[in-house]
Ligand binder design. Structure first.
Ligand SMILES: C[S@@+](CC[C@H](N)C(=O)[O-])C[C@H]1O[C@@H](n2cnc3c(N)ncnc32)[C@H](O)[C@@H]1O
Length: 199
C-alpha cells in the first residue's frame, strides 16, 4: 500500500491550485496528487485550527510537525503573527509548503524543511502543533510525542488533533505518561484536540 507521505516523481500536469477558507482566512494552495488532503483542508486540520483559534493565544516561534501543504502553519501565522518552522518527511510537501508560504504572503514568517521526525530540528519552541501521521503506526506517533516534549520550552504547549477511532485514548494516556498532563481542548465530529504542557 502506498502511504501519502511517500515521494514519487511528478509531471508538471500533476500539480494544481485550490483555495479554501479556515478560521476566517481564504488561503490558496498549490498541490498535487500524492499529498495528504490534496484538494481541500482536511476536517481534522480544520478542527485543530478552529480549536486553537477559539481557545489559545499563541506567540513566539512554533513548530508544525508534518506540514503537508502548509495549511496549519500558514493559518497560524495569519491569525497570531507567529514565526513557524514547518517540517515534513515528504520532499514534495516541503517544496509545496515553500510555494504556499509565498502564495499566501507569509514567506518571511516561516522556514519549511525536510525532517524525518525531529532529525533536523535543532531548536526548542514556544508551541508545537500537529495533525500527526497516523497510518505509520503508534511507534512513530509516540516517538513524535517524545520529540515534541524534548523540543518545547518549559511551560510551552503541544496541541494536536486525532480521531477518537484512530487511537485517541491511547495517545492521550501516552501524553499523560510523558508530560504528566493532557487536556481535551475540544471535540468536533469525532476529532479530538489534545493539549499537553511541558512542565
Ligand atoms: C495527517 S498529514 C497532515 C498534513 C498537514 N499538516 C495538514 O494538516 O493538512 C501528516 C503529515 O505528516 C508527514 N509525515 C509522515 N511521517 C513523518 C515523519 N516521520 N516526519 C515528518 N513528517 C512526517 C506526512 O508526509 C504528512 O504530510
Amino acid at each position: 500500500m502506498q502511504h501519502y507521505f511517500i515521494d514519487k516523481p511528478h509531471k508538471s500536469t500533476d500539480f494544481f491550485v485550490f483555495t479554501d477558507s479556515v478560521i476566517g482566512y481564504e488561503l490558496c494552495f498549490r498541490s498535487c496528487d500524492s499529498i495528504f488532503s490534496k484538494n481541500k483542508i482536511d476536517d481534522g486540520t480544520r478542527a485543530l485550527l478552529e480549536a486553537i483559534s477559539n481557545t489559545q493565544t499563541l506567540s513566539g516561534k512554533g513548530l508544525d510537525i508534518g506540514c503537508g501543504l502548509g495549511v496549519v502553519g500558514i493559518a497560524l501565522i495569519k491569525k497570531f503573527g507567529v514565526f513557524m518552522d514547518m517540517i515534513d518527511i515528504n520532499n514534495t510537501a516541503v517544496s509545496l509548503t515553500k510555494e504556499n508560504l509565498i502564495k499566501n504572503n507569509v514567506q518571511h514568517s516561516a522556514n519549511a524543511f525536510y525532517s524525518d521526525g525531529f532529525e533536523n530540528v535543532k531548536e526548542n519552541y514556544d508551541f508545537i502543533v500537529t495533525n500527526p501521521p497516523i497510518k505509520t503506526g503508534k511507534k512513530l506517533l509516540f516517538s513524535l510525542m517524545d520529540g515534541a516534549k524534548e523540543h518545547l520550552k518549559d511551560g510551552a504547549p503541544l496541541i494536536l488533533v486525532i480521531r477518537k477511532d484512530h487511537g485517541m485514548e491511547s495517545l492521550k494516556n501516552y501524553l499523560i505518561k510523558i508530560f504528566g498532563n493532557a487536556e481535551i481542548l475540544d471535540r468536533n465530529k469525532g476529532y479530538y484536540i489534545l493539549k499537553s504542557i511541558k512542565k
